[in-house]
Write a protein that binds this ligand. Sequence first.
Ligand SMILES: O=c1[nH]c(=O)c2[nH]c(=O)[nH]c2[nH]1
Length: 300
Amino acid sequence: MPTILGQNQYGKAENRVVKITRDGATHHIKDLNVSVALSGDMDEVHYSGSNANVLPTDTTKNTVFAFAKEYGIESAEQFGIHLARHFVTSQEPVHRARIRIEEYAWERIETSDAGEAKHSFVRKGQEIRTAQVTFDGEKWEVISGVKDLTVLNSTNSEFWGYIKDKYTTLKETYDRILATDVSGKWRFNWTDDEQTMPDWEESYEQVRKHLLQAFAETYSLSLQQTLYQMGARVIDNRSEIDEVRFSLPNKHNFLVDLEPFGLKNDNEVYYASDRPYGLIEATILRDGCEARIPVDLTNL
Ligand SMILES: O=c1[nH]c(=O)c2[nH]c(=O)[nH]c2[nH]1
C-alpha cells in the first residue's frame, strides 16, 4: 500500500518559563506555559530521516527562554508574536509557527501592615478549601484545610549549609525562588458546646491570611523553616486552633543558563520544574496539645 504523509507539526511543548522583572525591591512576575509547533517543508525527515530542514525542538525551547530575557514578557500575545515571527522569518523551511501559551495569574500577598508584598505572590483562584467533621454522639472534631494554595517568593530565600556527601551536587544558593502549593489542615479545639462554636467562615479567612503573611514575611533559610513559621503564626493568632499540619512541595524554579546565547541571566529567567519536587511535611502544635491530624494528609 503506498502511503503519503499528511498534516504534521513539531516543536517543544509546555516550556514553563517564569520571568521576574526587578524594579528595585518591587518584583513583577510572568509565569507562562509555552508550546511551540512548527510546520513547513518537513516531508524528508518523515520519509528518509534527513534532518536538514529540522530546527531541533531543543532549540525552540532555548529560544523561548532566551526571548524571555531579550524581549521580556509584556503579554502572552506579544511574546507569542515575537516567537512565531522569529521561527517563520529566520528558518526557510519553516512556513508556519503556532505558539500556544497558558498564563498563570499571580497577585501580590497582602502584608500584615495592610500593604502589598513587593516580592511575594499568591496564584489567583485555584485553592480548594476542605473540611472534615467527626461526631461520636458526644464530641465533635473539626479539621479544616486548604490545598493547592500556590505561593511564590521571588527573593528572600536561601539554602546552604546542608550535608554534602559523595552524591551531593546541589549548589548552595543565597537568592532563590521559593514556591509551593500549600496543603494544610488545622484542628479546632472546639468539641462540645454549640454556644461556643467558632465562626468557621471568619476563621478560614483569618488562617489563610496568616499563612500567606507568614510565607511572605519570613526570610527563609529553608522551606522547613518557612513551614514552621506559617504554622506558628496560625497557632499564635488563632486561639480556636491547636494543631496545624502542612505538606509543602518545594516547587523548584531553576535559573536558565543563557550564557551559550551570550545573555546574562541576573536572576530573571527561570524554568519551573514540576517533578521531582522536595516534599516538606510537619505538624505544629500548641504547647501541651496532642497531635491528632493524620500524618498522611491524603488520607483525610
Ligand atoms: O528548603 C529546602 N529544604 C530542603 O530540605 C532542601 N533540599 C534541597 O535539595 N533543596 C531544599 N530546600
